[in-house]
Design a binder for this molecule. Structure first.
Ligand code: A2P
Length: 273
């Protein structure tokens, strides 16, 4: 478990559902994840699979408090009322009574990456604070935010995000934003911890995986965990879903330093998440 600064505990590996199609694929993958032992599922309104994820969790029959559910406000919604409206839509889609962690999906719309939306982010963040105050979400945070975006919402409201979910993997550790988060007690979550699969065939990582008797995916996920970052691997394959939870080995500090020094092993550009 990781512990957020408000005391909420969050299972240390989450099941990522970006790019998993609504319907059978999302439903079956979520069931496979729950069967494998995941107790943390990450979705978003924009993934269009909240209903399938929610139904799988309900059908699996797990107690609500035993599973941690994250979802996200669409990136183009930059108003107080819009945030309130879309929270209710996501909550209804999931059908799980409340949300564990609600995130602003990005500081700008995916259709216009880098657009200046500071005022809109502050308005949305005020709605998030109200959602949290009303106990409709156990924790609130952001995704894809840079330091300036995080400072803007924190300074305007006096309440800093509890989480920042970013594209993070070996060779793309975003030291400025991860450093800021660590200094301020904000949990960093890694989406695309395998660089959306790009790292799997990497020869350097393959050699290291052989040394530890694990897979490249397991090296990538353990790298996140040993850096205090919560990975959100995505897979639609039951065996890989299961294997991605097995991280009970330790990467030596020399090998961690070596991995810290790698760059260019996966593409660092923003991809729509
Ligand atoms: P698949 O869904 O067929 O398993 P990321 O989590 O960085 O977004 O990466 C997801 C990509 O990596 C998907 O294409 C997924 O394919 C693949 N993947 C996930 N887990 C593994 C694994 N253990 N070994 C190989 N490929 C994996």
């Amino acid at each position: 478990m990781f512990r957020l600064y408000n005391g909420v505990e969050i299972p240390e590996t989450g099941f990522g559902t970006w790019q998993i199609k609504a319907g059978g694929e999302a439903y079956n993958s979520t069931i496979s994840a729950l069967e494998a032992g995941y107790r943390h599922i990450d979705t978003a309104y924009a993934y269009e699979n909240e209903e399938s994820v929610g139904k799988a969790v309900r059908d699996f029959g797990i107690k609500r408090e035993d599973v941690f559910i994250t979802t996200k406000l669409p990136s183009h919604i930059k108003s107080y009322d819009g945030a309130m409206e879309y929270f209710d839509k996501s909550n209804k889609n999931l059908g799980l009574d409340y949300i564990d962690l609600y995130l602003i999906h990005a500081p700008w719309p995916w259709s216009n990456i880098g657009q200046e939306c500071t005022e809109g982010n502050i308005e949305a963040w005020k709605a998030f604070i109200e959602i949290y105050r009303q106990k409709k979400a156990r924790a609130i945070g952001v995704s894809n935010f840079l330091v300036k975006d995080m400072k803007a919402v924190s300074d305007a409201t006096g309440a800093q995000p509890m989480v920042n979910q970013i594209r993070y993997f070996i060779g793309n550790t975003q030291p400025e934003i991860t450093g800021y988060c660590k200094q301020n007690g904000i949990l960093v979550e890694a989406y695309s911890p395998l660089a959306t699969g790009e790292l799997i065939g990497n020869e350097t990582l393959k050699k290291l995986a052989v040394k530890y008797g694990v897979s490249v995916a397991q090296i990538c996920l353990k790298y996140c965990l040993q850096n205090g970052v919560l990975p959100l691997p995505k897979s639609t394959n039951a065996d890989r879903i299961k294997a991605n939870l097995k991280t009970d080995f330790t990467i030596s500090s020399e090998d961690m330093s070596y991995l810290d020094g790698l760059s260019g092993v996966g593409s660092v550009k923003f991809l729509r998440s």
